[in-house]
Design a protein around this ligand. Sequence first.
Ligand code: ADP
Ligand code: MG
Length: 284
Amino acid sequence: MGIIKTKNLVYEYIRRDEEGNVEGITTAVDKVSLNVKAGEFIAVLGHNGSGKSTLAKHINAILSPTEGTVWVDGKDTAKEENLWEIRQTAGMVFQNPDNQIIGQVVEEDVGFGPENLGVPTKEIWERVEESLKAVGMYAYRKHSPNKLSGGQKQRVSIAGVMAMHPKCIILDEPTAMLDPNGRKDVIRAARALNDVEKITIVLITHYMEETIYADRIFVMDQGRIAMEGTPREVFSQVERLKELRLDVPQVTLLAHELQKRGLRLPKGILTTEELVEALKCLSY
Ligand code: ADP
Ligand code: MG
């Protein structure tokens, strides 16, 4: 079994009026079955309201399934006695870094998580150092988080999660509030945690460019997994992505348009370099 597994996961938000009568039901996640192997880098794409955050909240047991089952490292998230372990296995990073940072000093903030887990003081400091280095924020360890840029704050929140030594980190649109440079730094940090520390990453985003390095992409639509595959497999289906109201990376779109006009380019070009190489091959 993978580190994250869901079977026929359904989640319904139920709206009630003041007397407690059911007014309406939204099926936010609808029969999702997926399996993520330890060490994978997964990207989850989908337009607003497609169910990404609801799915994510099941992975660290913030939500419990209406139907179906979720296992994290083999543990059923619906069982009360597993919650502590599940929350240690799967850490979450949210959209707004301001809501996640609580310390007055960067290193203190990163130390809170392991402190709450009862990690011995000496080891806390080791973890803080290691985590801040991993996200490229060690030089700022004595700074006040308030003075940092959005991207830097978000990297500090990632370090805070990492310091708890989770096997898996779920990032729910961690770059949505950041400028392009901040976005790049955060994605680089997430990739490094995956590459170097072998932490399983689930990155939820609506920036296509951030998903091209993923091992696999899940595209969600109306609570279901509408597409699944490697970035190349997913992005070669330009028309399907448009139906799902998603953009395609600019360079992939350009390659697609050139193909439609008769240029013989390979499908699913993801980077400028690949396009340049493919065009070079054509001209010889
Ligand atoms: P995404 O993260 O892809 O934008 P969400 O998981 O937040 O999608 O939402 C999926 C669906 O569930 C949407 O229709 C949304 O309106 C609904 N929803 C999300 N959160 C709540 C909530 N707390 N109460 C009621 N409905 C919700
Ligand atoms: Mg969301």
